[in-house]
Ligand binder design. Structure first.
Ligand code: CAA
Length: 388
């Protein structure tokens, strides 16, 4: 007799998801990992890899087939992102932002017209997506944004600056959050727009030189009398902040998945080195000090994945998941940083050189605790969920 009850959680991935995971792992091993170190060293944007991702239907994972997407969900997206980030976190963040911060909100909040116009372009990879929320005075305090949009007839005129925009100079489409009303509370006066970056008045400013994810692009965006048709408004006037936050619920699952990918790369590298490297006439993996590090890393990885898959599962069912997405990102990003630190330690002097990928993992891991809400903002969201 089966001991499985109908309400028991299912820890087994479906055959479809296992096949997806295996094919993306194979793609990552053969086409992403080999050039990752060189792209990192040269700050080289992974243009060709993004084209290959489009051919593999990875640019519209949650976009319905009707619009040319893969018609899968957030769990599938998480699995794909873990595999890609295990190979190269710069490719990983580019894909995460594209899928979760642009495709996601157009699908959820867009009119039929917007969906028909833009989702096929995103899914085919014709246009890369970006998300422009942050400003110099509005980092953690997103509601404090100032980029202004004024209505003129059936158009909006945008003026202002955004910073730290992932893929901002590569994107064909971008969501820009703008202040449209200064007479209401800060969060209620924000509106979201889908902007074609070829529009007159869209300018790219400073390109950031970063510590990690160096082959992804992070830039300043300047809007100078940028005209956006009212039809490109996402949601109603004043809905922008809630759209931004709901979108980040999905994005945080993406960054948790990125953390899992980097973490797994660290664990695999640590196991390999622990078996190969000999000191005191034995592989260092024979020492309990190394075994404990590997045991902790592996346990943290599984815990982070369970939290991340739970959050994705909730989002796929349209259930509230802000708190769970923040828990996943909080735990997985911190665990990933601990794992990267321990991996460099296991490698010792070798881990501090460019001879091995682990120094890249260490640099790339750091951003997971920063973007899409710093660690303490995740704690704030989680605590508010309990205390409200
Ligand atoms: N979904 C829907 N609505 C939400 C929501 C969510 N997840 N979270 C909040 N809201 C609603 C609230 O219910 C509230 O609505 P009412 O007024 O109707 O009650 C409204 O939004 C305002 O919410 P708060 O009072 O909680 O707003 P706040 O100003 O206190 O800010 C915050 C909350 C959590 C601190 C938020 O500002 C935040 O998440 N900050 C972090 C910013 C961030 O993550 N930036 C990432 C930049 S993008 C990026 O990094 C991408 C990249 O390049 C990789």
């Amino acid at each position: 007799m089966s001991t499985v009850t109908h309400d028991a959680p299912d820890f087994e991935l479906s055959e479809e998801l296992k096949m997806l995971r295996d094919s993306v792992r194979d793609f990552s091993d053969h086409e992403i990992t080999p050039g990752a170190a060189a792209r990192d060293a040269n700050h080289e944007f992974p243009t060709e890899i993004i084209k290959r991702c489009a051919e593999m239907q990875l640019m519209g994972i949650t976009i319905p087939e009707l619009y040319g997407g893969a018609g899968l969900g957030n769990l599938a997206l998480s699995i794909v992102l873990e595999e890609i980030n295990r190979a190269d976190a710069s490719v990983g963040v580019t894909l995460s932002v594209h899928n979760s911060l642009l495709g996601g909100p157009i699908l959820k909040f867009g009119t039929d017209e917007l969906k028909k116009k833009y989702l096929p372009r995103l899914a085919s990879g014709e246009a890369l997506g970006a998300y422009a929320l942050t400003e110099p005075q509005a980092g953690s305090d997103s509601a404090n944004l100032r980029l202004k949009a004024e209505k003129k007839g059936d158009r909006w005129i945008l003026n202002g600056t955004k910073i730290w925009i992932t893929s901002g100079d590569r994107a064909g489409l971008m969501i820009i959050f703008a202040r449209t009303d200064t007479t209401v509370s800060k969060a209620k006066g924000i509106t979201a727009f889908v902007v074609e970056t070829a529009s007159k008045g869209f300018k790219v400013g400073k390109q950031e030189e970063k510590c990690g994810i160096r082959s992804s692009s992070t830039v300043e965006i300047i809007c100078e009398d940028l005209e956006v048709p009212d039809a490109n408004r996402l949601g109603g006037p004043g809905d922008g902040f809630k759209i931004a936050m709901d979108t980040l619920d999905g994005g945080r699952i993406g960054i948790a998945s990125q953390s899992l990918g980097i973490h797994r790369a660290c664990l695999e590298a640590s196991i390999k080195y622990a078996k190969e490297r000999k000191q005191f006439e034995q592989p260092i993996g024979e020492f309990q000090a190394i075994q404990w590090k590997i045991a902790d890393m592996a346990t943290d990885l599984d815990a982070g994945r369970l939290l991340t898959h739970r959050a994705a599962w909730l989002r796929d069912r349209g259930l509230p998941c802000s708190r769970e997405a923040s828990m996943a990102k909080l735990f997985a990003s911190r665990a990933c940083n601990r794992a990267a630190d321990e991996t460099v330690q296991i490698y010792g002097g070798a881990g501090y050189t460019k001879d091995f990928a682990v120094e890249r993992y260490y640099r790339d891991a750091r951003i997971t605790e920063i973007y899409e809400g710093v660690t303490d903002i995740q704690r704030l969201v989680i605590a508010r969920g309990y205390l409200k």
